[in-house]
Design a protein around this ligand. Structure first.
Ligand code: ATP
Ligand code: ATP
Length: 153
Protein backbone atom coordinates (compact mmCIF):
# COMPACT_ATOMS: atom_id res chain seq x y z
CA UNK A 1 0.00 0.00 0.00
CA UNK A 2 2.89 2.36 0.78
CA UNK A 3 4.44 1.62 -2.65
CA UNK A 4 1.15 2.32 -4.37
CA UNK A 5 0.82 5.63 -2.57
CA UNK A 6 4.30 6.65 -3.70
CA UNK A 7 3.56 5.61 -7.30
CA UNK A 8 0.34 7.62 -7.27
CA UNK A 9 2.18 10.57 -5.74
CA UNK A 10 4.88 10.39 -8.42
CA UNK A 11 2.25 10.46 -11.15
CA UNK A 12 0.33 13.27 -9.52
CA UNK A 13 3.24 15.66 -9.49
CA UNK A 14 2.93 15.78 -13.28
CA UNK A 15 -0.13 18.00 -13.13
CA UNK A 16 0.83 20.07 -10.12
CA UNK A 17 2.69 23.33 -9.93
CA UNK A 18 5.00 25.03 -7.47
CA UNK A 19 2.05 27.11 -6.25
CA UNK A 20 0.23 23.93 -5.14
CA UNK A 21 2.93 22.84 -2.69
CA UNK A 22 4.73 26.04 -1.64
CA UNK A 23 4.64 27.53 1.85
CA UNK A 24 2.45 30.60 1.53
CA UNK A 25 3.96 34.01 2.08
CA UNK A 26 2.02 34.72 5.29
CA UNK A 27 3.57 31.59 6.83
CA UNK A 28 7.12 32.35 5.70
CA UNK A 29 9.52 33.44 8.41
CA UNK A 30 11.47 36.32 6.94
CA UNK A 31 13.34 39.25 8.42
CA UNK A 32 14.18 42.85 7.49
CA UNK A 33 17.77 43.43 6.36
CA UNK A 34 18.11 46.07 9.09
CA UNK A 35 17.72 43.50 11.88
CA UNK A 36 20.61 43.63 14.35
CA UNK A 37 22.05 40.20 15.10
CA UNK A 38 22.27 40.39 18.88
CA UNK A 39 21.68 37.64 21.44
CA UNK A 40 17.91 38.18 21.36
CA UNK A 41 17.40 38.10 17.59
CA UNK A 42 19.81 35.20 17.08
CA UNK A 43 17.88 33.24 19.75
CA UNK A 44 14.62 33.95 17.94
CA UNK A 45 16.07 32.84 14.59
CA UNK A 46 17.32 29.59 16.14
CA UNK A 47 14.00 28.99 17.86
CA UNK A 48 12.12 29.17 14.54
CA UNK A 49 14.15 26.21 13.34
CA UNK A 50 14.48 27.09 9.65
CA UNK A 51 17.76 26.66 7.82
CA UNK A 52 17.17 29.47 5.30
CA UNK A 53 15.53 32.82 5.98
CA UNK A 54 14.45 35.23 3.25
CA UNK A 55 15.59 38.78 3.95
CA UNK A 56 13.67 41.81 2.72
CA UNK A 57 14.68 45.43 2.21
CA UNK A 58 12.99 48.80 2.64
CA UNK A 59 10.43 47.32 5.04
CA UNK A 60 8.71 45.65 2.08
CA UNK A 61 8.06 41.90 2.42
CA UNK A 62 7.55 41.77 -1.33
CA UNK A 63 11.13 42.97 -1.81
CA UNK A 64 13.25 39.95 -0.85
CA UNK A 65 16.90 40.74 -1.55
CA UNK A 66 18.89 37.90 0.01
CA UNK A 67 18.86 34.68 1.99
CA UNK A 68 20.28 34.33 5.48
CA UNK A 69 21.52 30.82 6.33
CA UNK A 70 21.39 29.88 9.98
CA UNK A 71 24.89 28.46 9.72
CA UNK A 72 26.11 31.99 8.89
CA UNK A 73 25.38 32.87 12.51
CA UNK A 74 27.76 30.30 13.98
CA UNK A 75 30.91 32.43 14.02
CA UNK A 76 29.15 35.68 14.79
CA UNK A 77 29.92 37.60 17.98
CA UNK A 78 26.55 38.94 19.24
CA UNK A 79 28.39 41.90 20.81
CA UNK A 80 29.49 43.09 17.36
CA UNK A 81 25.84 43.89 16.60
CA UNK A 82 26.18 43.21 12.86
CA UNK A 83 23.03 43.68 10.81
CA UNK A 84 21.57 40.92 8.66
CA UNK A 85 22.48 43.04 5.63
CA UNK A 86 26.18 42.98 6.58
CA UNK A 87 26.18 39.20 7.04
CA UNK A 88 24.27 38.60 3.79
CA UNK A 89 26.60 40.88 1.82
CA UNK A 90 29.50 38.83 3.11
CA UNK A 91 28.07 35.39 2.18
CA UNK A 92 26.07 36.29 -0.94
CA UNK A 93 24.02 33.09 -1.07
CA UNK A 94 22.26 32.66 -4.39
CA UNK A 95 18.68 33.93 -4.32
CA UNK A 96 16.41 32.33 -6.91
CA UNK A 97 12.89 33.18 -8.08
CA UNK A 98 10.38 30.96 -9.87
CA UNK A 99 6.88 31.61 -11.11
CA UNK A 100 4.00 29.97 -9.21
CA UNK A 101 2.81 28.06 -12.31
CA UNK A 102 6.17 26.29 -12.80
CA UNK A 103 5.42 22.54 -13.13
CA UNK A 104 6.64 20.50 -10.13
CA UNK A 105 8.56 18.20 -12.43
CA UNK A 106 10.57 21.16 -13.76
CA UNK A 107 11.22 22.45 -10.24
CA UNK A 108 12.33 18.98 -9.11
CA UNK A 109 14.83 18.73 -11.98
CA UNK A 110 16.12 22.19 -11.06
CA UNK A 111 16.59 21.26 -7.38
CA UNK A 112 18.26 17.98 -8.40
CA UNK A 113 21.05 19.99 -10.06
CA UNK A 114 21.96 20.88 -6.50
CA UNK A 115 22.75 24.59 -6.82
CA UNK A 116 19.98 25.61 -4.43
CA UNK A 117 17.15 24.06 -2.44
CA UNK A 118 14.82 26.97 -1.71
CA UNK A 119 13.23 29.25 -4.27
CA UNK A 120 11.09 32.36 -3.83
CA UNK A 121 7.75 31.92 -5.63
CA UNK A 122 6.47 34.86 -7.66
CA UNK A 123 3.29 35.69 -9.50
CA UNK A 124 3.08 38.20 -12.34
CA UNK A 125 0.50 40.89 -11.69
CA UNK A 126 -0.83 42.84 -14.66
CA UNK A 127 -1.60 46.55 -14.30
CA UNK A 128 -3.69 48.78 -16.52
CA UNK A 129 -1.45 51.83 -16.49
CA UNK A 130 2.04 50.41 -15.92
CA UNK A 131 4.28 47.41 -16.61
CA UNK A 132 3.46 44.08 -14.97
CA UNK A 133 5.09 43.53 -11.59
CA UNK A 134 6.02 40.55 -9.44
CA UNK A 135 4.09 39.64 -6.32
CA UNK A 136 5.73 37.26 -3.87
CA UNK A 137 3.48 34.27 -3.09
CA UNK A 138 5.70 32.04 -0.95
CA UNK A 139 8.72 29.76 -0.83
CA UNK A 140 9.21 26.25 -2.19
CA UNK A 141 11.86 23.73 -1.16
CA UNK A 142 12.86 20.25 -2.26
CA UNK A 143 11.09 18.94 0.84
CA UNK A 144 7.75 20.34 -0.38
CA UNK A 145 8.03 18.32 -3.59
CA UNK A 146 9.23 15.15 -1.87
CA UNK A 147 6.30 15.40 0.55
CA UNK A 148 3.94 15.64 -2.40
CA UNK A 149 5.46 12.51 -3.95
CA UNK A 150 5.23 10.60 -0.67
CA UNK A 151 1.68 11.89 -0.19
CA UNK A 152 2.62 12.97 3.29
CA UNK A 153 0.37 15.61 4.74
P1 ATP B 1 16.58 21.71 6.15
O1 ATP B 1 15.59 20.58 6.24
O2 ATP B 1 17.37 21.74 4.88
O3 ATP B 1 17.37 21.93 7.40
P2 ATP B 1 14.37 23.51 6.71
O4 ATP B 1 13.85 22.53 7.70
O5 ATP B 1 14.57 24.91 7.15
O6 ATP B 1 15.70 23.06 6.01
P3 ATP B 1 13.05 22.42 4.43
O7 ATP B 1 13.28 21.09 5.02
O8 ATP B 1 13.70 22.76 3.15
O9 ATP B 1 13.41 23.58 5.48
O10 ATP B 1 11.50 22.70 4.30
C1 ATP B 1 10.58 22.30 5.28
C2 ATP B 1 9.32 23.13 5.14
O11 ATP B 1 9.56 24.44 5.64
C3 ATP B 1 8.85 23.32 3.71
O12 ATP B 1 7.43 23.27 3.68
C4 ATP B 1 9.33 24.71 3.34
O13 ATP B 1 8.51 25.33 2.37
C5 ATP B 1 9.25 25.41 4.68
N1 ATP B 1 10.21 26.51 4.88
C6 ATP B 1 11.52 26.55 4.59
N2 ATP B 1 12.07 27.73 4.98
C7 ATP B 1 11.07 28.45 5.54
C8 ATP B 1 10.97 29.75 6.16
N3 ATP B 1 12.03 30.57 6.28
N4 ATP B 1 9.75 30.14 6.63
C9 ATP B 1 8.67 29.33 6.53
N5 ATP B 1 8.69 28.12 5.95
C10 ATP B 1 9.88 27.67 5.47
P1 ATP C 1 13.59 42.74 -17.13
O1 ATP C 1 12.34 43.50 -16.78
O2 ATP C 1 14.78 43.62 -17.41
O3 ATP C 1 13.36 41.66 -18.17
P2 ATP C 1 13.18 40.97 -14.94
O4 ATP C 1 12.49 41.76 -13.88
O5 ATP C 1 12.38 40.07 -15.79
O6 ATP C 1 14.04 41.98 -15.81
P3 ATP C 1 15.04 38.83 -14.67
O7 ATP C 1 16.38 38.81 -14.04
O8 ATP C 1 14.90 38.59 -16.13
O9 ATP C 1 14.38 40.22 -14.25
O10 ATP C 1 14.06 37.90 -13.88
C1 ATP C 1 14.18 36.51 -13.84
C2 ATP C 1 13.18 36.04 -12.79
O11 ATP C 1 13.59 36.59 -11.53
C3 ATP C 1 11.79 36.57 -13.06
O12 ATP C 1 10.97 35.58 -13.65
C4 ATP C 1 11.27 36.91 -11.66
O13 ATP C 1 10.49 35.83 -11.16
C5 ATP C 1 12.48 37.08 -10.81
N1 ATP C 1 12.76 38.45 -10.37
C6 ATP C 1 13.65 39.32 -10.88
N2 ATP C 1 13.73 40.44 -10.17
C7 ATP C 1 12.88 40.32 -9.15
C8 ATP C 1 12.52 41.15 -8.03
N3 ATP C 1 13.05 42.33 -7.81
N4 ATP C 1 11.59 40.68 -7.19
C9 ATP C 1 11.07 39.50 -7.36
N5 ATP C 1 11.38 38.67 -8.37
C10 ATP C 1 12.26 39.06 -9.27
Amino acid sequence: AEELKIAVGAMEISDKTVGDVMTKIDDVFMLPDTTTLNTKTVAEILRMGYTRIPVFAAGDRNNVVSLLFVKDLALLDPDDNFTIQTVCNYHQHALRFVLHDTPLRVMLEEFKKGDYHLAMVNEIVEHEDQDPSYQLQGVVTLEDIVEEILQAE
